[in-house]
Design a protein around this ligand. Structure first.
Ligand code: DMJ
Length: 589
């Protein structure tokens, strides 16, 4: 075996030996005056220098990008494939045919009631007291974005003439806020201030406000819109889910900004005050809180259902305010991201795929709680990759704006960490689309040694769908219900890098939705098993297909001037709202 030390030494000796005895032409020239060849080299160098100055004057990023790649900043910065050239006004141009294919998919869908059942072609409502326009309102801003004027005229007329919130039934506070209130506010902005949308949004928010009249100030999980009373969730009496209570911020604050009435702002800000005070020692959030006491109760910790948008809104969702004016949220975000890295980010055994695990509490006979790390990741977690990448360019940036993609030296240490994890998580989510339909399941489990699954087993090497057996009815985990989280991250990753890879993946996902979820009766349906072809359908089309999945796909293929990330935030249902300079200051810190 070669001793590296010896080899090094020998190479050094050789170099010295060849350089010493025979003087080069260049050395000779230096000693004895400038030769013709030497003069030519000097002139060439001067010409090159002049060219570099000219290039730099034309576009300073060209040279700095070149330098970055020569010096070799971090493996992640080098793996990006060149995207479509940023055009001369600094935008990522649209892929028009693909963008228009997404518009066609959107147009095929019918307006329904709260929920649409595409196979039976029927609508249904969330309450026997009647609906509140979940489907139509969740879709309006996408119509406006796609310039679907006829569809928008129909939807607007429905809102103006048929929409009623005088419903004596219980509606989920969070869902009503993110879909209906968020949808109306976004429609107001994108319609250049059509007053009907603000009027309806204000009426709805006023009807929701009583939820905050709880002993702790955390909102009740349900609201009776006609009675104006907060209602407990009968399945989880006394509890509220952390994601749900913390994800009303953006909509209520924007409404305060528009109306000048600070009651909405103060109600939701108080929720964040309670959550901040309830911080657990590890910095993570359990998925349930006590509505009586305003503290976390021992329950699972995860970035998926009931946890997801708490982390999501800590970042840019809570930044309808301009940079730095509310540092408390950046601090909470940084704290939570460090905790996620310390406790939840894992690598799969074989291919070292990055994923997030869950912590499940287990109580022994004496009441002592220990935490079991479970290698389970919901599709919902796929928002996190793009969100971390965006966060790295905000709270983790040393300059504003950063380059596209950001350079290593433009980010803080935590920004670099979050960017790297974000890129890896997006990749993992793309990899979970490696199924018979090309669509990813609702829940994946990553293999760990204690599974007892050997490497010769039929299961995929790194992850699998728990409970899936050939011939048996597929488990809940195997479904794809038209969720948007992967394409949301692809959209963010594309905007932040310009890497064509993300558009390619988005296009593959869109084609898989067209092929396997589209039903002959019109619309798109949930499929019950992503690993089964032809796909079996369930008669349900979630409204987030229109508000999120198709919108993010459209934006992925549109040019980057549409809803630029430095001027818009998206609520968790993908309703874009403008970033504004707040006039309300409460001193919360
Ligand atoms: C959407 O309703 C929202 O994104 C919510 O935060 C959780 N996920 C669904 C879509 O999957």
């Amino acid at each position: 075996m070669t001793d590296p030390q010896t080899t090094k030494k020998k190479k050094g000796q050789l170099r010295r030996a060849s350089a010493d005895p025979v003087k080069t032409q260049q050395q000779k020239g230096r000693e004895g005056g400038i030769t013709l060849q030497g003069a030519f080299k000097y002139i060439s160098a001067l010409v090159l220098l002049a060219a570099l100055v000219l290039v730099h004057k034309h576009d300073p990023t060209i040279l700095t990008n070149l330098l970055d790649s020569w010096i070799g900043f971090s493996e992640h910065w080098e793996t990006f494939q060149p995207g479509p050239a940023i055009d001369n006004i600094g935008r990522l141009p649209a892929d028009v045919p693909k963008r228009d294919a997404v518009v066609s998919a959107f147009k095929r869908d019918a307006m329904g009631d709260d929920e649409y059942h595409p196979i039976s072609q029927k609508g249904s409502n969330l309450s026997q007291a009647g609906g509140i326009g979940y489907t139509v309102i969740d879709s309006i801003d996408t119509m406006l974005l796609m310039s679907l004027d006829q569809e928008h005229a129909r939807a607007r007329s429905w809102v103006a003439n048929k929409l009623s919130f005088e419903r004596d039934g219980n509606f989920n506070t969070f869902e009503t806020t993110i879909r209906v209130l968020g949808g109306l506010l976004s429609a107001y902005h994108l319609s250049s201030g059509d007053p009907i949308y603000l009027e309806k949004a204000t009426e709805l928010a006023n009807r929701i406000l009583p939820v905050f009249e709880s002993p702790s100030g955390l909102p009740h999980p349900m609201i009776n819109l006609a009675a104006g009373t907060g209602v407990q969730n009968s399945d989880f009496t006394g509890l509220v889910s952390t994601a749900e209570v913390s994800t009303l911020q953006l909509e209520f604050k924007y409404l305060s900004h528009l109306t000048g009435n600070d009651v909405y702002w103060k109600s939701v800000e108080n929720v964040m005050r309670i959550i901040k005070a309830a911080r657990l020692p590890h910095g993570l959030a359990s998925i349930f809180m006590s509505v009586e006491e305003g503290r976390y109760v021992t329950s699972a910790i995860r970035l998926g259902s009931r946890g997801d948008s708490f982390y999501e809104y800590l970042l840019f969702k809570l930044k309808p305010v301009k940079n730095g004016s509310e540092p408390v949220y950046s601090d909470m975000y940084d704290d939570a991201m460090a905790a996620i890295h310390n406790h939840l980010i894992q690598k799969s055994t074989k291919s070292k795929m990055t994923y997030t695990a869950e912590l499940i509490p287990e109580e022994d006979a004496s009441g002592e709680v220990s935490w079991r790390l479970t290698p389970k990741q919901d599709h919902l977690v796929c928002f996190l990759g793009g969100s971390l990448m965006l966060g790295a360019t905000r709270t983790g940036a040393l300059i504003h704006p950063v380059s596209v993609p950001p350079r290593h030296k433009e980010l803080t240490a935590s920004g670099q960490r979050d960017w790297k994890t974000g890129v890896e998580l997006v990749k993992t989510c793309m990899d979970t689309h490696d199924t018979a339909t090309g669509l990813s399941p609702e829940i994946v489990h990553f293999r760990i040694a204690s599974d007892g699954m050997d490497s010769n087993s039929m299961a995929p090497a790194d992850w699998y769908i728990k409970g899936a057996r050939p011939g048996a009815f597929p488990p809940y985990d195997a479904r794809y219900m038209l969720r948007p989280e992967t394409v949301e991250s692809l959209f963010l990753a594309y905007r932040l890098t310009g890497d064509q890879l993300y558009r390619d993946h988005g296009w593959n996902i869109f084609q898989s939705i067209e092929k396997h979820c589209r039903v002959p009766t019109g619309g798109y349906a949930t499929i019950v098993n992503v690993d089964e072809v032809p796909a079996r359908h369930e008669d349900k089309m979630e409204t987030f297909l229109m508000s999120e999945t198709l919108k993010y796909l459209y934006l992925l293929f549109d040019d980057s001037d549409t809803l630029p990330l430095d001027r818009y935030v998206f609520n968790t249902e993908a309703h874009p709202l403008p970033i504004f300079e707040p006039t309300i200051r409460t001193g919360f810190s």
